[in-house]
Ligand binder design. Structure first.
Ligand SMILES: Nc1nc2c(ncn2[C@@H]2O[C@H](COP(=O)(O)OP(=O)(O)OP(=O)(O)O)[C@@H](O)[C@H]2O)c(=O)[nH]1
Ligand SMILES: [Mg+2]
Length: 398
């Protein structure tokens, strides 16, 4: 529970709020009118008075009516976790794609709320209320239609962006694709930077990354491997956001291998892993091979039994992306996975090594051949079981 409050504090902080106080309500049942019960709301009103707070943030999703009821008593704005997450996404969105996706999620979040208010009012007027429809009600109807129209427009825009993406993606068909995914702030972008010398923005805040970045992984073996970084996940991620970010998350769906990055220094890393697995199920990517990457080993407390984690979460590696610890081991594991797939490699041999060149022709499928500087350059496809033989011939290590 404390970890959930800490996370909400972190979310609020990222959204630009200063946290004045936190309160926990332990209840078996949800109060339909006030969610946390009237007594607790009265108590909250006192805390608001004492601390001069401008806003109350709830960790759960509240109904619009519950929000209004609490606002009436506490006299300040009430937000829920979804509002905060959507707000952070809106502030962070940089590219056209991310901005469009966030706006779509915001409107989709808003729409049922308009509808709910609308049905609530229409019930009041009843079926006989034809002549009784007030201007407020009409306004809602208009708003609802406008929001619906805007949603349709944004969806079309996203489809267009998605098609452009598809074209770009076609060029990458001959690469082995690795996607980084995981809870927010675990170090995915840091790892991409360490692995590929990329220059992705890193920050100790939630949702630093909202776009996907794809980079080549340099290997000595001529492997063609791409690594992609993308938006992080969080507990109770509003499902509109997941739906809207479908095209950004497409990299993960295209991937041959998923690197599930976990912050081993977080006390709630096991719960975070569960959340990520659930989102993977929602995205229907839970059938892909996964390599668990436990990051921030440099910050990990002594209580964590690393040996046991290594045993329990196979296949896995324990690394520090920031301090460059065990990064080569991770690279090797990635290459190992890649080599289980038919691998494509670019190799070059001096022309006088005719015999070796002939052996390559017999062991692999040659896709392309060219000559330069007394060397023959070959692009070859190698079945996994012949990989080490081929490596011996071309004398390359990973
Ligand atoms: N101590 C330590 N900190 C790390 C390590 N890797 C990343 N960090 C820090 O963790 C914070 C988050 O790193 P990011 O790379 O932005 O994390 P992310 O998973 O991309 O986060 P989002 O894009 O926000 O989902 C930053 O302050 C990093 O410097 C590590 O190995 N050790
Ligand atoms: Mg990131």
């Amino acid at each position: 529970m404390q970890e959930h409050i800490d996370e909400l504090r972190f979310l609020s902080d990222t959204a630009g709020l200063d946290v004045a106080a936190t309160e926990i309500q332990d209840r078996k049942t949800i109060d339909p009118t006030f969610y946390i019960g009237k007594g607790k709301v009265n108590m909250l009103a006192e805390v608001v008075n004492e601390t001069n707070a401008d806003v109350i943030v709830f960790d759960d999703e509240l109904s619009p009516a519950q929000m209004r009821n609490i606002e009436k008593i506490c006299k300040v704005r009430v937000l829920d976790r979804n509002n905060i997450i959507l707000d952070i996404f809106a502030r962070r969105a940089q590219t056209k794609e991310a901005k469009t996706q966030v706006e779509l999620a915001q409107l989709q979040y808003l729409l049922p709320r308009l509808t709910r208010m609308w049905t609530h009012l229409s019930r009041q007027t009843g079926n006989a209320g034809v002549g009784l429809r007030g201007p407020g009600e009409k306004q809602l109807e208009v708003d609802r239609r406008l929001v619906g129209k805007q949603i349709a427009k944004l969806k079309l825009e996203l489809e267009k962006i998605e098609r452009q993406r598809d074209v770009r993606r076609k060029h990458r068909d001959d690469f082995y694709k690795v996607a980084l995914l995981g809870y927010t702030n675990v170090g995915k972008s840091t790892l991409l930077n360490t692995l590929t010398q990329a220059d992705v923005f890193v920050e100790d805040r939630l949702f630093a990354t909202l776009d996907s970045t794809v980079r080549k992984l340099p290997t000595n073996g001529g492997y063609k491997i791409l690594v992609s970084d993308t938006v992080g996940f969080i507990r109770k991620l509003p499902h509109h956001l997941v739906a809207s970010f479908r095209s950004t998350l497409e990299e993960t769906r295209e991937a041959d291998l998923l690197l599930h990055v976990i912050d081993i220094s977080s006390p709630s890393f096991i719960e975070q892993m569960e959340t990520v697995r659930q989102v993977m199920k929602d995205l229907k990517i839970d059938d892909k091979p996964v390599l668990n990457v436990f990051n921030k080993i440099d910050r990990c407390s002594d209580d964590v039994n690393v040996a046991m984690i290594r045993e329990d979460y196979k296949p896995c590696v324990v690394i520090s992306a920031q301090r460059n610890i065990f990064i080569n081991e991770l690279k090797q594991k990635i290459v190992e996975f890649a080599s289980r797939k038919i691998v494509q490699m670019d190799v070059s041999l001096p022309i006088e090594r005719q015999k070796d060149i002939a052996r390559l022709y017999s062991l692999t499928r040659v896709l392309h051949k060219s000559f330069e500087n007394e060397h023959v350059h070959l692009r070859i496809q190698i079945p996994p079981e012949r990989l080490s033989l081929v490596r011996e011939i071309v004398g390359q290590e990973i």
